[in-house]
Design a protein around this ligand. Structure first.
Ligand code: ZN
Length: 341
């Protein structure tokens, strides 16, 4: 079903000019909506908290309304809406089959928003949506085969191959978070041992740092003083030169570098763009990844050719990759293709 045709757009033929495009990023804790014109210029943005479990749809409607209001586009309905959701999506039907963080099963979000706003609405998995949207972004630097890798509470990749979004047989392409990087590592909720997520996700970084802080010599790390650690605490401490935090950042970078090079080699990607909550730490997060890739490259002409310097880049912090992907999808929907590129 994931690859079936989208629902036909209801109503009159669309005139894209003059009608705004809406992109939405539905997350576990908040929803962000962006309103843009046909050229992709931002007109308005709004963020609302997601509440309740199963998560209510009202905050999504609220965020879109507020973003439209901020965009001062009057009462004209959007040309189209593109929505990214963290979970399994039946893109053709506009139904979220399962989203763990929202506690959603079979939620017909596309139809609901289409009726609410009188505009066609396409729903896509969030990471894949971001990847598709990045094709047009300056960060992609013209690459036609790229991955967007979100490093946050979980780790997932969206793949664009030869200019087209790749969903895979089950719509699950890019589940890089469950590639094994430590065969003797910690058991992952997925049932395997030593998945990338057990090393490099936000919670895993916090867990490893807490354990390292307990083992550190008294006064050896500022991390020991904190009752509860987050990945952000770890990278803040690393930035300030804390040796234990730097070690955790280095191990995280090594695991990510191996998984990313495997992804690049497998798919012959030109670019990997990193985003997500953990990646928002910036250079202190990126540097160990690039350092490890550099070491791997130094010994391998193959890697030098296929994973050259500049392959892996960080998206600007606070860039709404998913919501902007939604704008791109909305444009495609309004232009009649209704599919991410
Ligand atoms: Zn796993």
């Amino acid at each position: 079903m994931t690859r079936s045709a989208p629902l036909p757009a209801p109503g009159l033929p669309l005139t894209l000019r003059g009608q705004p495009l809406v992109g939405v990023d539905v997350g576990g804790t908040k929803v962000a909506a962006i309103v843009a014109d046909a050229d992709g210029q931002p007109l308005g943005r709004a963020v609302r908290s997601m509440a309740g479990r199963p998560a209510a749809i009202e905050p999504i409607v609220d965020a879109i309304r507020a973003a439209l209001q901020a965009a001062r586009v009057g009462t004209s309905s959007p040309a189209a809406i593109g929505v990214g959701v963290p979970g399994r999506v039946d893109v053709g039907a506009g139904v979220v089959r399962h989203a763990t963080n929202l506690d959603w099963f079979d939620v017909p979000l596309g139809r609901y928003l289409a009726e609410e706003f009188g505009a066609p609405c396409t729903v896509e998995n969030d990471v894949r949506l971001a990847a598709a949207g990045l094709l047009d972004h300056v960060a992609a630097d013209g690459a036609r085969s790229l991955a967007y890798v979100a490093v946050g509470t979980g780790i997932g990749a969206g793949l664009v191959l030869d200019g087209r979004l790749h969903r895979g047989e089950r719509g699950m392409a890019g589940e890089i978070g469950h590639v094994i990087v430590e065969p003797d590592g910690v058991v992952c909720p997925c049932g395997q041992r030593g998945c990338l997520e057990t090393v490099a996700s936000g919670p895993a970084i916090a867990r490893r740092a807490a354990a390292a802080a307990v083992d550190a010599a008294p006064g050896g790390t500022t991390l020991a003083a904190r009752p509860e650690l987050s990945a952000k605490n770890v990278y803040d401490a690393a930035r300030a030169g804390d040796a234990v935090a730097l070690q955790i950042a280095s191990e995280t970078g090594r695991a990510l570098a191996r998984a990313l090079s495997a992804l690049i080699l497998t798919c012959d990607l030109e670019r990997v763009l990193l985003g997500g909550g953990v990646a928002a730490a910036g250079q202190v997060f990126l540097r160990p990844i690039l350092a490890e890739l550099g070491l791997m490259r130094a010994d391998s002409p193959l890697l030098t050719e296929l994973v050259p310097a500049g392959s892996v880049r960080l998206l600007p912090p606070h860039f709404d990759a998913v919501a902007w992907g939604g704008v791109s999808l909305a444009r495609a929907t309004a232009q009649g293709s209704g599919q991410a590129p």
